[in-house]
Ligand binder design. Structure first.
Ligand SMILES: Nc1nc2c(ncn2[C@@H]2O[C@H](COP(=O)(O)OP(=O)(O)OP(=O)(O)O)[C@@H](O)[C@H]2O)c(=O)[nH]1
Ligand SMILES: *[C@@H]1O[C@H](CO)[C@@H](O)[C@H](O)[C@H]1NC(C)=O
Ligand SMILES: [Mg+2]
Length: 383
C-alpha cells in the first residue's frame, strides 16, 4: 500500500515546486517589455541584458497613475563631456526629485566608458540603444548623386551644416523615427536633451504631470526663425500634403483654433520660418505616433527634402503641431531657463531671481531679428 502512495505524493510535491518556481521566475510573462541593453546605476559593470519585447500597454490618463515619461538623448560617443554637463544640471535642477529614466540613442554603439560615466550621474534607469539603418540611412528612392550635388551648392551659399550628410540623417530621425524606437514603447511623454546646453532654473514640480493634467501636448522654451534656404520647398510640400490628405485636415482643429498663424503670416501662402527649437522639447509621444502625423512625415520623406534640401526637425515638428493641435495644447515653459549655443531663454520676472542662475538681460524672447516668441504670443491670443 505505501509503495503506491509515496511516489504519488512525491510526484505531486515535485509538480507543486515546479509550478511555484515557474511562477516566481516568470510572474507576468505576457507583460514583459523591452529591456535590451538596460543598465541601472546599481549595475554599471554589466553591459547588456536581453529579454522579450512585446507591444506597449495602452495609455491611461487617470490623475494618480504614474507618468510614463523619459529623457531622450540622441548623442555621439565623442560628445560625452557635453552630455555629462547637461545631465548634471538636469539632475540638480529637476530629476534628483523625480528620477525619470534616460534613453540614450546613437547611430553607433555606445562605448563602455560612455555608459559607465553617464549611468553614474543618476539614480534613475539608463538605457542605451542603437538606431538601425531604416531609421538612419538613405531610403531607396533618394538619388544620392543629386543629394550630393545639392549639398555642394548649399555649401557654396554658406548655409549652416550644408555639406553634412549625418546632420540630415539626424534631422530625419528626429522628425520621423525617434518616437518609434522600441526603447520608447514604454513611454507616453519625453523631454529631449542635448549635449552642452545649460539648464538655469530649479524646477520643483513634475513637468510631465503638469503637461498631462493640463491637456498639454507640446512644450517649448525658444521660438526661432529658420535659415530659409534649408527649407525652400517645405511649405509647398505641406500644402500639397493638405490637398492629398483632406481627411487629416478634417481631423485637425480649424485654422483659427490651431497655431497656424505661428507658421504663416499670409494665411497660408508662405512659411514665415518660425519654429520651436527642438533641442529642448517636452512633449507627448502620441502626437508623433498618431496616424495623421505619420502620414505627414511619410509624405515629406517621399518628397526627398530631408536630403535634397536640409529640412530641420524643428520646422517639421512645429508645422505639424501647428496643424494638428489646438492652441491650448501648447505650453511655453517660461520657468525653464535654458541655453543652447548662443541663445538663452531666461525668465525675467523677479520671482525667478532666487531660482535661476541666468541673467535676465540675456533673454532672447524679444530679439527682433531671430526670435518668434512675439509671433507665438500673437497667434495664441489672436482670434
Ligand atoms: N549619434 C549621433 N548623434 C548626432 C549626430 N548628429 C547630431 N547628433 C545629435 O543630435 C542632436 C542635434 O545635433 P546638433 O549638432 O546639436 O544640431 P543643432 O542643435 O542643430 O546644431 P548646434 O547649433 O551645432 O548645436 C545632438 O544631441 C547631437 O548630439 C550623429 O551623427 N550621430
Ligand atoms: C540622379 O541625379 C543625377 C544628378 O542630377 C542625374 O544626372 C541622374 O539622372 C539622376 N538619376 C536618376 C535615376 O534619376
Ligand atoms: Mg545642438
Amino acid at each position: 500500500m505505501w509503495r503506491g502512495i509515496v511516489p504519488r505524493i512525491l510526484f505531486i510535491a515535485a509538480s507543486c515546486v515546479l509550478l511555484i518556481s515557474l511562477y516566481l521566475f516568470f510572474p507576468s510573462a505576457s507583460l514583459t517589455t523591452t529591456t535590451t541593453q538596460v543598465q541601472s546605476s546599481k549595475n554599471t559593470q554589466e553591459g547588456a541584458k536581453t529579454s522579450v519585447h512585446t507591444t506597449p500597454t495602452t495609455t491611461t490618463t487617470h490623475p494618480d497613475e504614474p507618468i510614463r515619461a523619459c529623457f531622450v538623448i540622441l548623442v555621439r560617443n565623442r560628445e560625452l563631456d557635453g552630455i555629462v554637463s547637461t545631465i548634471r544640471q538636469v539632475e540638480d535642477r529637476f530629476n534628483k526629485k523625480f528620477n525619470y529614466p534616460y534613453v540614450f540613442l546613437n547611430d553607433d554603439d555606445f562605448t563602455e566608458e560612455f555608459k559607465q560615466r553617464t549611468s553614474e550621474l543618476t539614480q534613475a534607469e539608463t538605457r542605451y540603444g542603437k538606431v538601425d539603418e531604416q531609421m538612419w540611412g538613405y531610403p531607396s528612392y533618394i538619388n544620392q548623386t543629386l543629394a550630393a550635388e545639392n549639398r555642394e551648392e548649399m555649401a557654396r551659399l554658406g548655409i549652416p551644416y550644408a555639406d553634412s550628410e549625418s546632420y540630415r540623417h539626424m534631422c530625419r530621425f528626429q522628425s520621423g523615427f525617434f518616437f518609434r524606437h522600441p526603447f520608447l514603447d514604454d513611454f507616453d511623454w519625453y523631454w529631449r536633451l542635448e549635449p552642452d546646453v545649460d539648464y538655469h532654473c530649479d524646477l520643483d514640480y513634475d513637468v510631465f504631470k503638469y503637461m498631462r493634467d493640463n491637456g498639454k501636448k507640446y512644450g517649448f522654451t525658444i521660438a526661432f526663425k529658420e535659415f530659409g534656404a534649408t527649407v525652400s520647398s517645405l511649405w509647398k510640400t505641406v500644402l500639397d500634403f493638405e490637398k492629398a490628405h483632406p481627411e487629416v485636415v478634417e481631423h485637425s482643429p480649424a485654422k483659427q483654433d490651431s497655431l497656424w498663424r505661428f507658421v504663416t503670416d499670409d494665411n497660408g501662402q508662405s512659411y514665415n520660418l518660425c519654429h520651436f527649437w527642438t533641442n529642448f522639447e517636452i512633449a507627448s509621444l502620441d502626437l508623433w505616433r498618431s496616424n495623421d502625423y505619420l502620414k505627414f512625415f511619410h509624405y515629406l520623406d517621399r518628397s526627398g527634402g530631408f536630403f535634397y534640401e536640409r529640412w530641420g526637425d524643428a520646422p517639421v515638428h512645429s508645422i505639424a503641431a501647428a496643424m494638428l493641435l489646438r492652441k491650448d495644447e501648447f505650453h511655453f515653459f517660461n520657468d525653464i531657463g535654458y541655453r543652447h549655443t548662443a541663445y538663452t531663454h531666461c525668465p525675467v520676472e523677479p520671482e525667478y531671481r532666487n531660482k535661476c542662475s541666468c541673467d535676465p538681460a540675456s533673454n532672447f524672447d524679444y530679439d527682433p531679428g531671430l526670435s518668434c516668441y512675439t509671433t507665438y504670443k500673437a497667434a495664441i491670443e489672436g482670434q
